[in-house]
Write a protein that binds this ligand. Structure first.
Ligand code: HEC
Ligand code: HEC
Length: 318
């Protein structure tokens, strides 16, 4: 028995022990009770259950290979984060407008390939949402017949108009709006900026308008848009759509406004843009802490070559 093989045995034992020990250091992942599960037709819930529940619900079921460290540690982190953003087991507690907004966001994320998380799909290919399933989700959110035919209840239309009036007011009065968690202050002036484009991505979902401040408008006129000059600000405003019964889409409830503010030095760590979002008629700042900007940046990453801006005013790509 040579010394070498004894050393080998020892090394093996230490590695095994180490592996066993890290199995014991487990951040806790509990399944809290399901208190207000999303109310939706069974075929919709089935899709969410298969593709989203392992992270976005209190019914996380981990297969054995996710129970082993370090996979377990990574999955736990994802699940905790995912539940904070969207938890289908507690979904029913949210106000109706927020539920709707989150579902729109969910379908958007699926269509862009951002959800389920691509690294999760590599090991769980069964969680992929197919085109047919996307169609099921979209039809649930915007039933094809109601999109053009069914009139909104008069009360809804009035509420929508009242919300719109409120939105106009938001930009006038000195409203107390809290800062975004990354320190960016609300810019009430966006209402007076120029509309650069409006999108209605999602036949009958939200109406969006992209506005630009004077610097943006001048940059467009001078064709200096890549990179955009410091001082450029974009606002993207979204409302829910509401058919009025005469085939006209009206703006329903105000959903959110979000900004990209160009300052290549100040915001160097977030690709040269300051990102901020306020949601709901009470303009609640979005994000638990400053890290919410990771979401914005990662979704705008596909257009990094356009200086992270989706809306192309010249050439009319949008
Ligand atoms: C492997 C875990 C995992 C799976 C599976 C998963 N997600 Fe997520 N999801 C996350 C994480 C983590 C975040 C937070 C991302 C961040 O903060 O960068 C997130 C964020 C989101 C958000 C953003 C919510 C917001 O506040 O804007 C939506 C919407 C979303 N997921 C929808 C879905 C849908 C729909 C599915 C199923 C088709 C799904 N996710 C499947 C982990 C997951
Ligand atoms: C799910 C992907 C996604 C996420 C997450 C996202 N965006 Fe966007 N954003 C888009 C798309 C797509 C557009 C193009 C306009 C449209 O289709 O609505 C856009 C447009 C914008 C615009 C108008 C300028 C442009 O690029 O066209 C602003 C401002 C903006 N987003 C801000 C934000 C902020 C702030 C956040 C984070 C709080 C954020 N976005 C998160 C997808 C996303």
């Amino acid at each position: 028995m040579a010394l070498a093989s004894r050393a080998f045995l020892w090394t093996g034992a230490v590695v095994c022990l180490g592996f066993a020990v890290i199995q014991l250091i487990r951040p806790e992942l509990k399944n809290p009770p399901v208190t207000a599960e999303i109310q939706a037709p069974e075929e919709v819930r089935q899709i969410l259950r298969t593709s989203c529940y392992s992270c976005h619900s209190n019914e996380t079921k981990l297969p054995w290979f996710d129970q082993i460290e370090p996979a377990y540690w990574l999955v736990t982190k994802d699940v905790k984060k995912a539940r904070r953003h969207l938890n289908f087991s507690e979904f029913g507690k949210l106000p109706a407008a927020q539920q709707k907004g989150l579902l729109f966001e969910a379908v958007n994320q699926i269509q862009m390939g951002a959800m389920p998380l691509p690294r999760y799909l590599k090991v769980h290919p069964e969680a992929k949402v197919t085109q047919d399933q996307v169609a099921v989700l979209r039809n649930y959110l915007v039933p094809p017949s109601t999109a053009s035919a069914a009139p909104a209840a008069a009360a809804d239309t009035t509420a929508g108009d009242a919300q719109y009036g409120k939105w106009i007011k938001q930009s006038e009065g000195p409203l107390e709006v809290q800062k975004s968690p990354n320190g960016i202050a609300f810019l009430p002036d966006y209402k007076n900026w120029k509309t650069i484009s409006s999108t209605d991505r999602f036949d009958g979902g939200t109406l969006r308008e992209i506005m630009g401040n004077d610097v943006a408008v001048k940059a467009i006129a001078d064709n200096h848009i890549n990179p955009w000059p410091d001082g450029t600000v974009f606002a993207k405003v979204a409302w829910f759509e509401q058919p009025d019964g005469q085939g006209v889409m009206r703006t329903g409830a105000f959903y959110q406004v979000e900004y990209m503010i160009r300052d290549s030095k100040k915001y160097a760590s977030t690709k040269g843009w300051g990102w901020a979002r306020w949601r709901g008629t009470d303009l609640k700042p979005y994000g638990k802490d400053a890290k919410f900007t990771n979401e914005c940046v990662s979704c705008h990453e596909p257009v990094a070559k356009n200086d992270y801006v989706y809306t192309m005013p010249i050439g009319g790509q949008q």
